[in-house]
Design a protein around this ligand. Structure first.
Ligand code: PXG
Length: 309
């Protein structure tokens, strides 16, 4: 594995960060999880935009321009010789003092890992997930803007532990008002009488890029979609439910807190969106391979020297 750290490549055993890195000491940093399919990076611009926005929101300067970061990311995938996979792009505050003050960290560190990922088994995608509501509430947006994809995932990790302890695949996280925010790394959608509903991002969810794709697909397929506040009742009584995320993609949910959703099988709207999503990821995205410069017919491939003229 070729892992990028601040412009240099390391293998898995030598790819290390300092114990003084504030990403480790304080969870001070931001990240993105990005997929590539069929040698194309899915929604690269959107992920890079979100990364720079997250960084800006926490006053973190990413030390290279976005064009350079994109080029480095594509190079990292090429070096790892993968056609399909997952990128973890991390920007930490960098090495500093044993104190919170981020000003003492001279430069942010950039890490790029390209690897394979599979979150759930094929069988779970076919059958659908069981989820449970967890007692851990989503951190209030007044405490930490949920739009910032920060290295602070303890809130989500605690929720995931609760789900695992209950034998469920995912945890449904509520906000301080008791409305649905999201799952631990996925946005939540319900289908009722042919319409799709998902919580507004102001309810405490990340503005997921896959969530955005669902809005685009709904527009294309003429499926009404809106963002009202949702409660557990809406999930229990939904005809269908599904989750979206870069890692999870689009995954059906068939049970929540022992209530069977719909007829207990992935529903037609979910299946249609899964199919549309699969088609989209297969045919769109930023090519990993460098595009060769066009050679125009009748034009010499080599530039003519002065003497030849
Ligand atoms: N909510 C949260 C809290 C997330 O972390 C999503 C929603 C879905 O967003 P996207 O943009 O991916 O549609 C996420 C995404 C991982 C992993 O390794 C986590 C995410 C993405 C990729 C990998 O657990 N979180």
């Amino acid at each position: 594995m070729h892992i990028y750290i601040d412009g240099e490549y390391h293998d898995q055993t030598t790819a290390k960060v300092s114990v003084f890195d504030h990403g480790l000491l304080y969870g001070d940093g931001v990240f993105e999880g990005i997929r590539f399919y069929n040698r194309r990076v899915f929604k690269l611009e959107e992920h890079i935009d979100r990364l720079y926005d997250s960084a800006k929101a926490i006053c973190l300067t990413i030390p290279i321009p976005r064009e350079q970061l994109e080029a480095d990311l594509l190079e990292c995938i090429r070096r790892n010789e993968l056609d399909d996979g997952y990128i973890r792009l991390v920007v930490t505050r960098g090495v500093g003092d044993l104190g919170l003050n981020p000003k003492l960290c001279k430069t942010a560190s950039i890490i790029i890992i390209a690897a394979k990922i599979s979150l759930y088994t094929d069988e779970l995608y076919q059958r659908g997930l069981d989820i449970v509501t967890c007692a851990t509430r989503r951190i209030s947006s007044a405490a930490l803007p949920p739009a910032v994809k920060s290295l602070n995932y303890l809130n989500n990790v605690l929720a995931k532990i609760e789900a695992m302890q209950a034998g469920a695949a995912e945890a449904l996280m509520l906000n301080d008002q008791g409305n649905i925010a999201e799952c631990t790394a996925d946005n939540v959608f319900v289908v009722k009488r042919g319409q799709i509903f998902t919580p507004p991002v102001t309810a405490g969810s990340l503005r997921g890029i896959t969530r955005g794709v669902i809005f685009d697909l709904c527009a294309e397929a003429d499926i009404p979609i809106s963002e009202p506040d949702l409660t557990r009742y809406d999930v229990f009584t939904a005809d269908e439910c599904f989750l979206t995320g870069t890692a999870a993609e689009v995954v059906p949910v068939v049970q929540c807190d022992t209530r069977v959703i719909g007829d207990g099988r992935p529903g037609p709207v979910t299946q249609r969106l899964v199919k549309m999503f699969r088609e989209l990821v297969g045919k769109t995205g930023t090519p990993i391979d460098k595009t060769p410069l066009p050679v125009h017919i009748g034009q010499a491939a080599e530039p003519a020297t002065a003497g030849a003229r």
